[in-house]
Design a binder for this molecule. Structure first.
Ligand code: ADP
Length: 430
């Protein structure tokens, strides 16, 4: 007996109804002889019953036709140890199936991905996808590799690319086994979708002001040609739309530059205290215009982090600009630097707080998505590009820093960039 045949899990395929049919035939024949000799008058009836029973037992059914049974018996060769070892080495789910699409072997990765599937069961029991099953059937028939896409809902929504290839046999003319190799394409497809969504969103955002500009140009060339007052009003709106378009393009370029640099390590240090003072000076006119004062709460000594000064200026200028735009009515904006600890590790919190309208909890997790804006209703004058916080998040990722947002409607918001404290950790390790 081969070591494969000893494998307990592999026994079910050997259970062919032929032996049971033999037993029934012998038992029925014995009963017929016994009844026929005991009750000679009923011998004809007994014989008829015996014939009917034999027809039922031996009639070839679709699932276990004598041809299939014979073929299955011939193929009691199970995948060899070498073949199994190769399948086990795959980090991604892999199966070995036979010509009847019965599962003959599966690797540990497939247990995690698809749960425990019994050996000997048809793969169609777990995968109902007609596309996948058709591809497996085609590969079995034509012995050419095939590819299928499988959308699986259990245990998670995932998209798999399934490669089905015949495994060349050591001897004999036809392969006994077929390899099904699953590759998880969920993340890849999500990324592709994000990319196409991004292009669609960017085009839409640019098309809106462009359509408005075209409309005004046509009006100025036509009905409003001699209306000086309308012309001035329209030109103001056109300037606003053109500014918006150029801001959008600047933000898009910024975002792509930052994404390109995202994995480039930073080798410079930046003083957040000095940087906060610069941002305050730069944003003061905007704050005053909105009736706000900016309050700086920073230590006198430098607060050093590993960072790119220009990029960090962009982060805090963006946060303070938002605080001024959406924090109106709150009277002031606070910029604060504080050294603290997170799970025992020293960190620096650099926060911008406003006391304005705040943000409802359901919007907070989505604020850093590209083009995401909380609906401001009629307040179109403050309509931004929806890219600012996405830029902030990407810059902070490169700085191994996190953006924390907390907000209360009508009370205000705090945006905190949390940096690892390089000064402290060096001192600690000394
Ligand atoms: P933009 O300001 O250009 O629209 P952002 O990415 O900077 O884009 O911000 C996304 C959205 O988050 C804004 O449209 C606004 O609705 C909301 N938001 C950002 N900062 C604040 C804040 N300080 N207070 C209230 N809402 C804010």
């Amino acid at each position: 007996m081969t070591d494969e045949a000893q494998d307990e899990e592999e026994a079910p395929l050997r259970a062919v109804p032929r032996r049971r049919a033999k037993t029934i035939t012998v038992a029925a024949a014995a009963l017929f002889v016994l009844l026929g000799t005991t009750f000679p008058d009923a011998a004809a009836g007994c014989f008829a019953a015996f014939v009917v029973l034999m027809l039922v037992v031996h009639w070839p059914s679709r699932g276990a036709s004598p041809r299939r049974i014979r073929a299955a018996e011939r193929e009691v060769v199970w995948p060899g140890r070498g073949m199994k070892a190769v399948v086990e080495a795959f980090q991604e789910p892999a199966f070995i199936v036979d010509r009847f699409m019965l599962l003959r072997y599966r690797n540990p990765a497939s247990l995690i991905a698809f749960g425990n599937m019994a050996l000997g069961d048809p793969v169609s029991l777990r995968f109902r996808s007609p596309e996948l099953l058709a591809v497996v059937e085609r590969v079995i028939e034509h012995l050419q590799p095939g590819l299928a896409t499988l959308e699986d809902r259990r245990p998670l929504d995932r998209t798999w690319q399934v490669e089905v290839v015949p495994i060349p046999p050591y001897q004999g003319e036809r392969p006994h086994f077929f390899l099904m190799l699953f590759r998880d394409r969920t993340a890849e497809l999500r990324l592709e979708r994000m990319r196409t969504d991004f292009v669609a969103n960017a085009s839409h955002e640019l098309r809106t002001p462009l359509a408005s500009l075209t409309g005004f140009i046509e009006t100025l060339q036509g009905p409003a040609r001699n209306d000086a007052a309308a012309r001035d009003r329209f030109l103001d709106i056109m300037r606003e739309q053109a500014t918006r378009m150029s801001r959008l393009i600047d933000d898009l370029l910024s975002l792509s530059r930052i994404e390109m640099k995202r994995h480039v390590p930073i080798s410079t240090t930046a003083d957040l205290a000095a940087l906060f003072r610069k941002v305050e000076a730069q944003m003061r006119p905007l704050a005053e215009q909105r009736g706000l004062t900016i309050e700086l709460i920073v230590p006198d000594e430098p607060v050093l982090v590993i960072g790119d000064e220009d990029e960090l200026m962009q982060v805090f200028a963006n946060l303070v600009e938002n605080a001024c735009k959406y924090g109106d009515g709150g009277g002031r904006v606070e910029m604060q630097l504080a050294r603290t600890a997170e799970r025992g590790a020293p960190v620096i919190n650099a926060s911008v707080r406003d006391f304005g309208r705040g943000i409802a909890a359901e919007h907070v997790p989505r604020l850093t998505e590209r083009f995401y804006r909380v609906d401001l209703g009629k307040d179109r004058s403050q309509r931004g590009t929806g890219l600012g916080l996405s830029i902030v998040r990407n810059i902070l990722l490169r700085h191994r820093s996190r953006l924390l947002i907390s907000s209360q409607v009508n009370e205000g918001s705090v945006f905190t960039a949390r940096f690892p404290d390089p000064g402290k950790s060096t001192a600690d390790s000394d």
